[in-house]
Design a protein around this ligand. Structure first.
Ligand SMILES: C[S@@+](CC[C@H](N)C(=O)[O-])C[C@H]1O[C@@H](n2cnc3c(N)ncnc32)[C@H](O)[C@@H]1O
Length: 143
C-alpha cells in the first residue's frame, strides 16, 4: 500500500489500513526512511501511527544521529543522495536525536541500541568507525 509523504495521504491510508488491520495487533517498522523526509512529515507519520495503533503496540524506528555528519561514510552517502535522487527543492536530510523519541506524546522508548553497541554485545569484528554508517534503533511502545 504505497503512500507519498509529500501528499495528503493520511485519510486514505488510515481507511485502507483500518480494513486490513481490523482486530489485529500492529507492529510498525520504519527503517531507512527518516533520513529522506522532513521533520514535519516525521511528526505527521508518528501522529498517524498513534492513531492506528492501540496501547501496548510497538514501533521499531531506525535513524541517524547528528554526530554521524562528521564521518567520511556519511559524506559519501550525502553526496550520493544529492547526485542520484530526485528530491524536491526543500530536501535536506534528517538526523534524529534521542530527545525526539523521548518527547513523543504517544510513545515511550522501551529499547535503544546503535550499531556499535550491538556489535560489541554480539562480539562482532572491530569496526572502522569513520567508514561506518552508525544507525540508532529504537523500540517504542504506544502509551
Ligand atoms: C533506503 S529505502 C528503505 C526501504 C525500507 N527499509 C523498506 O524495506 O521498504 C528508503 C525508502 O524511503 C521511502 N521514501 C523516501 N521519501 C519518501 C516520501 N516522501 N514518501 C514516501 N516514502 C518515501 C522510499 O520510497 C524508500 O522506500
Amino acid at each position: 500500500m504505497p503512500a507519498d509523504f509529500n501528499t495528503e495521504y493520511e485519510e486514505a491510508l488510515i481507511k485502507q489500513l483500518g480494513t486490513l488491520t481490523k482486530d489485529k495487533k500492529i507492529f510498525i517498522l520504519l527503517e531507512g526512511v527518516l533520513f529522506f523526509i522532513s521533520r514535519d512529515d516525521t511528526n505527521k507519520l508518528f501522529s498517524l501511527f498513534g492513531e492506528i495503533q492501540n496501547s501496548g503496540e510497538y514501533v521499531g524506528s531506525v535513524s541517524f544521529q547528528k554526530a554521524i555528519e562528521k564521518k567520511s561514510a556519511f559524506k559519501k552517502l550525502e553526496k550520493f543522495a544529492k547526485e542520484r535522487l530526485d528530491f524536491n527543492e526543500k530536501f535536506c536530510y534528517q538526523t534524529v536525536e534521542d530527545s525526539y523519541y523521548e518527547n513523543l506524546d504517544n510513545y515511550q522508548v522501551i529499547e535503544h541500541h546503535d550499531t556499535v553497541s550491538l556489535n560489541n554485545k554480539h562480539g562482532g569484528k572491530e569496526l572502522n568507525l569513520n567508514e561506518l554508517l552508525d544507525e540508532h534503533m529504537y523500540i517504542l511502545k504506544r502509551k
